[in-house]
Design a protein. Structure first.
Length: 267
């Protein structure tokens, strides 16, 4: 071991734990997670997925995580009963629904704790889901006008470009977009994000920022990698998270997680 006093490691799922090529978690990553836990280090998920969308991935892994940061930091929980969350303000939801009404072609995803649904289907959505392969959750469709204002909504993900995202965010009072895929953005509270999820667990565990480590590959991981005591970008990551990280490891298909932990002598 080294003097590096890491107490908790946070992992993104898609492109970090799971491969976009094999749609599986490498054996070396499973070994690394087990070794971290054997050493007394907490291992947590930190993802843009909803809690209900993780089962399809986590059921394929022969490990149990110590906690979960879902919805890009907006929904945090563990098996001990710890829970903290932050939903989107209803006034902003009304603005987003009005914007969608004026842009009827836009496909949009609405995330509740136990139910995630789309307003409609199109070719872009089917193509994105095809990229996820067997890790793609079931798609449900519903009317957001009937649900979004009566059910707590933690994340709204319209399939729009950067220009439309800027327009929509500019209309809201407390919303920003984080993007891990070029086809859509995840709208969350402006004061939320993956670092806020990490902070919630830091407070829960009584650990310092310097004692955290994070792995990610997408644009929505950028702030997390910059915030963590050690931020590691996967070799398959985009430029933004790579530039924000302390270290760029190998890609997910070439044992990137294990190599980074060995590089920092955590394992």
């Amino acid at each position: 071991m080294t003097d590096t006093d890491i107490k908790a490691v946070f992992f993104d799922i898609d492109g970090t734990l799971t491969s976009f090529t094999t749609h599986a978690v490498p054996d070396s990553t499973v070994h690394a997670i087990r070794s971290l836990q054997k050493a007394g280090i907490k291992v947590l998920i930190c993802t843009g997925r909803a809690p209900s969308q993780m089962k399809v991935v986590l059921d394929t892994m022969p490990v149990t995580f110590d906690g979960v940061v879902a919805f890009n930091g907006q929904y945090c929980f563990d098996d001990s009963g710890f829970f903290a969350s932050q939903s989107i303000d209803q006034e902003d939801i009304r603005i987003i629904l009005d914007w969608l009404d004026s842009h009827p072609h836009v496909v949009c995803n609405f995330g509740e704790k136990d139910y995630v649904y789309f307003n409609q289907d199109d070719d872009a959505l089917r193509a994105t889901w095809a990229q996820l392969g067997k890790t793609a959750p079931i798609r449900y469709f519903d009317d957001p006008h009937e649900r979004a204002l009566t059910h707590e909504t933690f994340q709204i993900s319209p399939f729009i470009g950067v220009q439309e995202e800027t327009e929509l965010v500019g209309l809201c009072r407390n919303v920003r977009g984080v993007r891990w895929h070029p086809d859509f953005t995840d709208l969350i509270p402006a004061d939320g994000g993956k670092p806020r999820g990490i902070q919630r667990f830091m407070e829960h565990y009584g650990i310092a920022r310097e004692q955290t480590m994070a792995f990610g590959d997408g644009g929505n991981d950028t702030a997390m990698l910059a915030y963590a005591g050690i931020g590691v970008a996967m070799g398959n990551a985009t430029d933004e998270p790579k530039n924000a990280s302390d270290f760029v490891t190998d890609d997910v298909d070439h044992d990137g997680v294990l190599h980074a932990l060995q590089h920092f002598e955590i394992l």
